[in-house]
Design a protein around this ligand. Structure first.
Ligand code: ADP
Ligand code: MG
Length: 327
């Protein structure tokens, strides 16, 4: 199968055109018309075998995740997805791999009204690079830089689960079968919080998606905003002990649970701040988006990140986050 047949079979014929895409795959450029008064929001993410995914992952899950991590960036900005491009290098043309990969990819794309509008295809070590395009009302994008002292800090969903699955894969922990299946799903098929990002426009003062670990990504907000934060460990413990973790309760120490939630990585949850006056609005946004949200602390003027026990005692912060160039 030649390059053009491959594009036609797996990507062009299967991709749906959505909304504001005027011209998709097949010409030298794609054409997208953002709605009047909207800014384009653009983000790219590359996935490399062995570093971002294991060779054991199914092609369908890989297709899903490759787009999910990009949609998560749009979500963090409060942007509505429009379309994306796919630059794909693969060692050989493997029809069953391409079938699974394109299915996982395009199913998630359709679920978010995000059209595959173009890309590039070449032979080489497996490498998947996606660029997404979204739109957000001018001046309303959620940025990392807007946190103010006194704001509440929230995180969506159950960060820590993807990392639990990774640890189980590595053999450093063992999980009951049902729990492993659930955590593995979180690692391989993260659900980008697009609806929550949209619902938080005009409410959140800053936002980021958690890819490298909650604390590491929180530091990005704090640095960009010139603020610090107090994190309540009781809230972190309750995330670690929540219903979804239940099957694992009793298996792990409190310290380990905190490690997973605070430094796990690969979560693709939204970490955001909002003024205290917006608590009710945040609650409604979470309900509208059907995503649980936990208040985990507050923004401080002093540019320091502190972890506080329920009695106010300070925990020495030893939770490193994931950095591709370290270790
Ligand atoms: P060019 O020579 O202009 O780079 P190509 O021959 O590489 O064009 O691609 C032909 C068309 O197919 C273009 O519209 C391009 O965007 C699209 N395309 C190529 N690879 C992919 C892919 N992996 N997914 C989606 N569209 C693709
Ligand atoms: Mg090309």
């Amino acid at each position: 199968m030649g390059e053009f047949d491959l594009i036609e079979r797996y990507f062009k014929s299967a991709a749906k055109t959505h909304g504001r895409v005027d011209l998709g795959i097949g010409d030298d450029c794609a054409l997208i018309s953002p709605a009047p008064g909207m800014q384009l929001a653009i983000s790219s993410d590359m996935l490399v075998e062995g570093r971002h995914f294991l060779s054991t992952v199914s092609p369908e899950a890989l297709g899903h995740k490759a787009l999910a991590v990009n949609l998560s960036d749009l979500a963090a900005c409060g942007a509505q997805p429009l379309g994306f491009t796919l630059a794909l290098a693969m060692p050989r043309v493997d029809a069953s791999w391409l079938q699974g990969f394109s299915e996982g990819l395009l199913r998630l794309a359709d679920a978010h009204g995000c059209a595959l509008v173009g890309g590039d295809t070449t032979a080489g070590p497996l490498n998947i690079c996606i660029t997404v395009f979204g739109q957000v009302p001018s001046g309303q994008a959620l940025l990392r830089s807007g946190a103010q002292a006194g704001d509440d800090i929230y995180v969506s969903g159950s960060p820590g689960q993807a990392r639990l699955a990774l640890e189980a894969f590595r053999g450093s922990i063992s999980l009951p079968e049902a729990a492993f299946a659930q955590m593995r799903e979180r690692m391989e098929r993260p659900q980008p919080r697009v609806a929550l990002g949209l619902a938080l426009r005009g409410i959140a003062s800053s936002c980021i998606d958690v890819s490298d670990g909650l604390l590491g990504d929180l530091r990005h907000i704090l640095k960009a905003s010139g603020t610090g934060a107090d994190i309540q460990l009781s809230a972190i413990d309750s995330i670690a002990n929540n219903a979804v973790f239940m099957p694992t309760n009793g298996h792990f120490s409190q310290e380990f649970g905190r490690q997973m939630v605070l430094a796990g990585g690969d979560d693709y949850e939204l970490l955001f701040t909002a003024p205290q006056a917006q608590r009710e609005a945040v609650r409604r946004a979470a309900i509208a988006a059907q995503v649980p949200v936990t208040r985990i602390g507050s923004v401080t003027a002093q540019p320091e990140l502190r972890l506080l026990e329920a009695d106010g005692a300070l925990l020495e912060n030893s939770f490193a986050s994931f950095d591709h160039f370290k270790s």
